[in-house]
Design a protein around this ligand. Structure first.
Ligand SMILES: Cc1ncc(C[n+]2csc(CCOP(=O)(O)OP(=O)(O)O)c2C)c(N)n1
Ligand SMILES: [Mg+2]
Length: 822
């Protein structure tokens, strides 16, 4: 508990100076003779070969992109190819000491890193293991291609497999490592510890932290390397990831063997440029990038600049830094200095740098220099190196031939199965626990004070005498969410939860009250105010095999995690060819009373993004059942909770909220009130004003309304809604989201298509106004209130006898408002 760490004013107000230690810059100075202790001749030569394989692979890609031809093979590749010609020593040096249990993450420019890590993995595995990896991957389809007619050992077969899998992926072929759904900027191959590249600059900055957390929390061996570019250090996810990775609590508050820093290296592939912006001297102010470590923690992240043009200097640094991580003193920041001789992309005219500069770096080309070093050190003769180059050219030519042949390497057949990609959007698993071991908890669940107190609560909002239960005795919606979550914590040992004020405080809205007593720090902890990294780390944790609940305190703050929620979380399952799973639940609390930046319902934004499941319960029974299902699943779920109804009791499920475990399938709307004359479909907390509308319709106008609670936005079963409309012929839809572009509009449009023949009037949407949300005292003018919903029904669906309309739903008004943009 941070309470145990007293902050004494006498100490913190004392005058003093902060002292910075020296940051080493290019301090590697071993001779080749000295390195002979560390490397055999075969090792030295293997390093050369790996560098040259990368060089030739990318030279081929460059020629294919610019000339549509390599060694007599013609091909047009319209997709991306961000080449790293010049950076090979950095990639090979980085991967040299890594085993398959060590994970790398990358950027848009990571072909070299993938190949280097793959080649290093091939070297570290024995032949049986290697063959098993290749045979088991997607049924061995890629293996079959490279195995045909191959003569050589398993290691060379695996080299063929690696190059083919990567190239087929770049060319969007089904035999690619990710079925062609990842492509150049997203390719990965987890059996070799190669985790996703990322087309969003800096995207790996927080995801990789989640992977390191997975290793730490689940006591897995291996380290994580986050390979990102120098320009990405200005990106939010990178800074937030660094903050997340360097929190004091790992060293001060986490217990026993969990104490200590994360096993993570931020390896900045510093090629000195973004696309055209020069980081040192133009777009950043750090001068030497390694300086960034200085401000982050007292260890200065063990930052160093290393010469990424010399593979031996990089290997040396990684060997030393791995030790730092083994001593639990991570994370580490490496400024791996390198240079991109190729353009940012093949269309880059290099207008931002001089010819002289490029030539100067070419003169020091790492492969040529390293080759000379080996020759001068008596390790190899020049003709041996020439042979390696020649054979590599033949290998790359062979692989290219295989990858561009439509018969050998077809694409996913979308003519045969037009839904093939759609089927890969979700994994749709149902898994009690992600690993089979005892979950670590602090006390038996029955001894938990909140669990005990919930036993005394009334699980329906009225008692036996039909009197409303007092708030103090009422089982509330927040209790339903709590019960589902604590149950899973005692079931799934990998489950961890984090977010702002998650521990001690009990979650900002008391959903987690009682969890601090139940769980050690490494399973429930407070995060920095880093909404991007809260979600980004959850993504990394999930894709490595852990289940996680991350919390966004207010829906409005989703904007801060926009990239993670829109670009990362939804995409990695399908971009892996549906190989990885993403058991990540993001709890998002929708505010009220706090005005324009703390009360918005953005559920529609998330529902728009393919690859996310979106849930918005409105009752304690639904909240518990849906959270149970979300936590049983293997897909990313955005779980919205309205602050307006956290303390509401169960009003619909007459036997109350069950004490035991039950699931409610995602996607099934629920009829909360049966009726014959008009259907009202609501999302989230709007259920309650809608129920009021149904009562008024019945009592005042003699109309019986059928109220359907959507409960889930994605997936969604329209059948019950269509069945309802078959009876009623009318529908009004309501939710708290601003109506323009909302999910209600999507639903209204789909319903029109599905139920046009049964409708007597168009589906009418009553959302919130297209304004800022005003202060609580004016909220009634913003959110859909019963009167406004009745106005809409009266004006647009069925006249309500004697009803006096206040809101203007006329065509003129709709046109005028849209014209004004409100
Ligand atoms: C968030 C984001 N902004 C901009 C881009 C366009 N872009 C692609 S690469 C790049 C430069 C990245 O530089 P750096 O991080 O140093 O990596 P490098 O390209 O040098 O390997 C830019 C601006 C992008 N892909 N993502
Ligand atoms: Mg760069």
């Amino acid at each position: 508990m941070p309470k145990s760490q007293n902050i004494n004013p006498k100490v913190v107000r004392k005058p003093q100076f902060i002292e910075f230690a020296k940051i080493p810059v290019n301090q590697y100075n071993k001779t080749i003779e000295e390195e002979k202790i560390n490397f055999s001749a075969a090792d030295f030569i293997r390093i050369y070969r790996h560098m040259f394989i990368i060089r030739e692979f990318e030279t081929m890609l460059n020629l294919i992109k610019t000339k549509n031809e390599y060694n007599g093979i013609n091909y047009n590749h319209p997709g991306p190819a961000h080449l790293s010609i010049g950076q090979e020593a950095s990639a090979v040096g980085m991967a040299y000491n890594l085993g398959v249990e060590d994970y790398i993450f990358g950027s848009h420019r990571s072909h070299g890193e993938i190949l280097a890590k793959g080649l290093s993995a091939i070297h570290s595995l024995d032949e049986d293991q290697l063959y098993a990896v290749m045979k088991n991957y997607f049924g061995g389809t890629a293996l079959k291609v490279v195995e045909k007619g191959f003569r050589g050992d398993i290691i060379e077969l695996a080299v063929n497999f690696l190059l083919y899998g990567a190239l087929a992926e770049i060319f969007a072929r089904e035999n690619g490592f990710n079925k062609g759904l990842g492509g150049s900027m997203h390719a990965f191959f987890t059996p070799f510890g190669i985790f996703p590249n990322n087309a969003i600059v800096g995207g790996s900055g927080d995801i990789s932290v989640g992977a390191a957390l997975f290793k730490k929390i689940n006591r897995k061996s291996g380290i994580v390397v986050c390979n990102i570019g120098d320009a990405s250090t200005a990106c939010g996810p990178v800074w937030e990831g660094i903050c997340f990775a360097t929190m004091d609590q790992y060293k001060t508050l986490w217990d026993g063997e969990y104490k200590g820093g994360l096993p993570l290296i931020f390896n900045i592939m510093n090629n000195l440029y973004g696309m055209g912006g020069q980081t040192m001297g133009e777009t950043m102010g750090f001068g030497i990038l390694a300086r960034l470590g200085a401000g982050v923690n007292p260890e200065m992240m063990h930052a160093e600049r290393i010469d990424g043009y010399n593979p031996l200097a990089v290997i040396d640094a990684f060997r030393r830094k791995k030790k730092v991580l083994e001593e639990k003193k991570g994370p580490v920041l490496l400024d791996t200095l390198t240079y991109r001789i190729s353009g940012h992309s093949p269309s880059d005219a290099s207008s931002y740098r001089s010819k002289e500069e490029i030539e100067a770096w070419q003169k020091e080309d790492s492969i040529i220099s390293y080759g000379k070093l080996l020759v001068s050190g008596g390790i190899v003769k020049q003709d041996q190196l020439d042979t390696i180059r020649e054979k590599t050219g033949e290998l790359v030519t062979h692989i290219l031939k295989l990858a561009v042949d439509d018969n050998i390497s077809p694409r996913l057949d979308l003519n045969k199965d037009p839904d093939a990609i759609g089927k890969m959007m979700f994994s749709n698993g149902s898994v009690d626990k992600m690993e089979d071991r005892e979950p670590e908890t602090l006390i038996p669940m029955e001894e938990n004070p909140r669990v005990k107190s919930l036993k005394t609560k009334e699980r329906f909002y009225k008692d036996k005498e039909q009197k409303p239960v007092s708030k103090a005795k009422l089982y509330q919606l927040r209790d339903g969410i709590f019960e589902a979550i604590i149950d899973r914590f005692y079931k799934d040992p990998t489950l961890a939860a984090w977010g702002e004020e998650n521990r001690d405080w009990g979650g900002a809205f008391a959903v987690y009250r009682g969890l601090t007593e139940a769980l050690p720090y490494h399973r429930l902890f407070n995060s920095p105010i880093s909404e991007g990294a809260i979600v980004g780390t959850a993504i990394g944790y999930g894709m490595c095999g852990g289940r996680v609940i991350a919390e966004i305190m207010y829906c409005d703050f989703l904007g801060r995690s926009g990239d993670e929620v829109f670009n990362q979380l939804p995409k990695w399952q399908s971009m892996s060819g549906n190989l990885i799973r993403m058991p990540v639940v993001i709890r998002v609390s929708v505010g009220s009373k706090y005005g324009a930046q703390h009360s918005q319902d953005w559920s529609s934004l998330t529902a728009h993004i393919p690859g996310l499941k979106v849930v918005f319960p409105a009752t304690p029974y639904d909240a518990k059942g849906l959270m149970n299902t979300a936590l049983q699943g293997t897909d990313p779920v955005i779980f919205f909770e309205s602050q307006r109804i956290y303390d509401i009791g169960e009003m619909f499920h007459e036997s109350g909220v069950p004490e035991g475990y039950y699931e409610i399938p995602l996607g099934e709307p629920d009829i909360k009130r049966a009726g014959e004359d008009i259907t009202i479909l609501s999302i989230g907390a709007t259920l309650y004003p809608v129920i009021k509308v149904a009562e008024i319709l019945q009592e005042t106008y003699g109309l019986s309304a059928e109220v359907i609670d959507a409960r889930t936005l994605v997936p969604f079963n329209y059948q019950p809604v269509v069945e309802s409309i078959k009876k009623t012929g009318r529908i009004v839809l309501a939710s708290d989201a601003s109506s323009r572009g909302s999910f209600l509009k999507e639903m209204a449009q789909t319903i029109t298509e599905l139920a046009f023949d049964y409708l007597d009037a168009p589906p009418v949407v009553v959302g919130s106004r297209n304004w800022i949300i005003p202060a609580y005292e004016m909220e009634e003018f913003f959110f859909p209130q019963p009167a406004r919903i009745l106005d809409a029904i009266n004006e647009k669906i069925v006249p309500l006898k004697g009803h006096k309309t206040k809101s203007d739903f006329s065509a003129e008004k709709i046109i005028a408002l849209n014209k004004e943009g409100v």
